[in-house]
Design a protein around this ligand. Sequence first.
Ligand code: AMP
Length: 249
Amino acid sequence: MKVLVAVKRVVDYNVKIRVKSDQTGVETQNVKMSMNPFDEIAVEEGVRLKEAGTADELIAVSIGPSQSQETIRTALAMGADRGILVETDADVEPLGVAKCLKALVDKESPDLVIVGKQAIDDDSSQTGQMLSALLGWSQGTYASKLALDGDTLNVTREVDGGLETVALKMPVIVTADLRLNEPRYASLPNIMKAKKKPIDTTTPDELGVDVAPRLTIVSVTEPPKRDAGVMVEDVAQLVDKLRNEAKVI
Ligand code: AMP
């Protein structure tokens, strides 16, 4: 089985996000960038399928600027076999990403595509679903467990208040949720080995994909600042403030 995973370069989850002064997006200059956390989970699942002997090849794909190579290298250090960079400096929306991934699926013919459930920079949660629609493949979204049984993939999904298991005929698109697995840290020897693994580079143009934006961002704003709290001396004062200042009781 051949598995393709999508890995996006995003602002590191530990970085405090700053909105650009012109409110067109978030600041990405001089900010630490890393692999989208849900994509680490997607890569880990692919590596586990390889280790179990279920998958024989794992390909990591990223769409973005040349620095996205580093994100692909991280996937290679975790255990992916090779990478494909679709190089562009444009801000590619989920539909553009899904079209690039479709073009690569048509070329590479994987049996399974695993993407993250959402990119933590745009929070769209759309790419996997759009790719499934473009390919006409089944989708198992918000996956917390995968179990392959012949040509059926049983996907346990995180749904409101519980879990749902769906049986999907391969080929399948999976979007990885938080509890699917705990991604490994790449070891130093594996980081060194990853430097020798191949990364092919292509462009949206070469894939015949138009990634021009379809959406206009009207504005991006920071959440309202919270007022500082006050210490009250006793319960009586608290009740008094709640009744007479906040007027909530
Ligand atoms: P989104 O629909 O933007 O929330 O992204 C969902 C998932 O699609 C991500 O977790 C990635 O696995 C994949 N994805 C989105 N954008 C890209 C990109 N530029 N390059 C590679 N994968 C991406």
